[in-house]
Design a protein around this ligand. Sequence first.
Ligand code: PLP
Length: 465
Amino acid sequence: MPHDADLPVSRPQTTYVVEHLRTGFIENGAGAGSRLPSIRRLTRELAVGRNTVIEAYEHLVAEGLVHSRPGAGFFVAERARSGQEDTIPVSLADVTSENWRLFEQDDTRLKLGCGWLPDDWREIDDLAHAIRSVTRQSRAGVFDYSPPLGTPALRTLIQQRLRRLGIETHANQILLTGGGSHALDLLVRLLIRPGDTVLVESPGYYNLLGLLRLQRANIIAVPRRADGPDIERLEALLLEHRPSLMFINSVFQNPTGTSLSAPIAHRLLRLAERHDVRIIEDDIYADFQNTPSVRLSELDGLDRVIYVGSFSKSLSCSLRVGFISGQPELIRRLVDVKMLTSISAPHFAEQVLATMLQNGSYRRMMERLRVRLARQMSATLALLRKAGWQIFDAPAGGLFVWTRHPDIESSQRLVAHAATRGIALSPGRVFLPEARDTPWLRINVAYATDARARRFLADPANDRA
Ligand SMILES: Cc1ncc(COP(=O)(O)O)c(C=O)c1O
């Protein structure tokens, strides 16, 4: 029988041989050190190909159940019979955010509360083509560290993309990172000392809140409105707390899905200048936007604003490519932090992305994705409205809707109802710096038209459905 902790086996025939060895020899009597049947014997007895047997043995070696002695064969490993006890269970209570359960692969619930696209929305062909082409053309791309700033060709391509958003920068002012999370981590490490006061939007991105807590920053919340941060409140907070740094997610904000308007962007920058505050503009949902709206980085010319981008949401969360653009001196200092903490971002992924940006496949993919997302957003808003949900503000695009059901005061309760119906939600409180329960929660529109989601959204309080 397959075990939860087992590594996945690629082909049915290999699975058959793996299970034959596991149940016939490893778990049923053969002691540690016992010799296992030779490749030739298994090939004959099980009537399978030699490569299948080799693959099955490699699989068991990788699992630690078998070890190989060159020239002598395969043997039952020391830990084989007690292998299951070796896994140390990680309790969910040990991790900071209840939202991280959404990242488990064995979770078969519909991930209506997650922050990424469903697997079956992702397009594999162009990506696979780029992967093959990098593998064929560049051994360095497959094996070496990336240079300290990251792959030069990709930095130039990103520079050109930023220009289309009105953001003028230089390729040497772009530092590649392992996704947006790595970018935020580098900035937080470099720019924040324990006790420093920083402003964040509320509601806002939960992992940023966690990162700031880890750095022991003094977190002050600015309410997020439909067109950006509440400017009157912001002014009062700047006077009262004198923060040095502010974080903002300008476009299709996580979790409200709203975007910064031009008037608010202007007022925000004026205030930042007057109070000498640096701004980190997290724009990782940029490529979900058809017509670019205003960015702080554009208005400010990347002087006091630092720009963060990522390709996780658009292309692949797995590739881990993101970047930071800012003043040369800042980038120089960030390179040090990057080299000290990770040496390199994923070189292979950088080459793959550069290939797709260069040959136009990324652009075409994004065009298709935006059409699909727009359709999904309208369908979700219609569903929610019909069922009486209150919408914070109807987003112009992107992944998220911030919503509440008028009859349910606690999104924790909604999460519990949803769980009984095979649906995973993120409770609103993870997005609030003070982590209090709230009726609001985030819906990911890409999952919202699934039959389970439709039934749940139409009648959320019914936990016996
Ligand atoms: C606003 C925001 N910033 C940064 C990140 C991190 O993205 P990445 O997957 O590129 O690390 C996320 C992911 O959800 C996000 O929503």
